[in-house]
Design a protein around this ligand. Structure first.
Ligand code: SF4
Length: 76
């Protein structure tokens, strides 16, 4: 199963990941950084498993991110 790892503290809230994968990424109204939907924080890195159907759009989200703080482990 693929997995996303996200270094939230470096997010600049640019919305590029949301445009690629709107079901998984939301910019927070509170602090302007993105939230990884379903993400659990471990030592500052938010992580969640995703379904294969979400893989391509989240690879695109990672490619779009100007801060390079989204990592997608394809789990193959
Ligand atoms: S693309 Fe990167 S920097 Fe921009 S909102 Fe998403 S995670 Fe944050």
């Amino acid at each position: 199963m693929p997995r996303i790892l996200f270094q939230r503290n470096k997010c600049i809230g640019c919305n590029a990941c949301v445009e690629a994968a709107p079901n998984r990424w939301r910019v927070s109204m509170r602090d302007g950084r993105c939230n990884l939907v379903g993400g659990i924080e471990k030592k500052g890195i938010f992580q969640t498993d995703i379904h294969m159907v979400e893989l391509d759009e989240n690879l695109q989200a990672a490619a779009n991110c100007p801060m390079r703080i989204i990592q997608v482990d394809e789990g193959r």
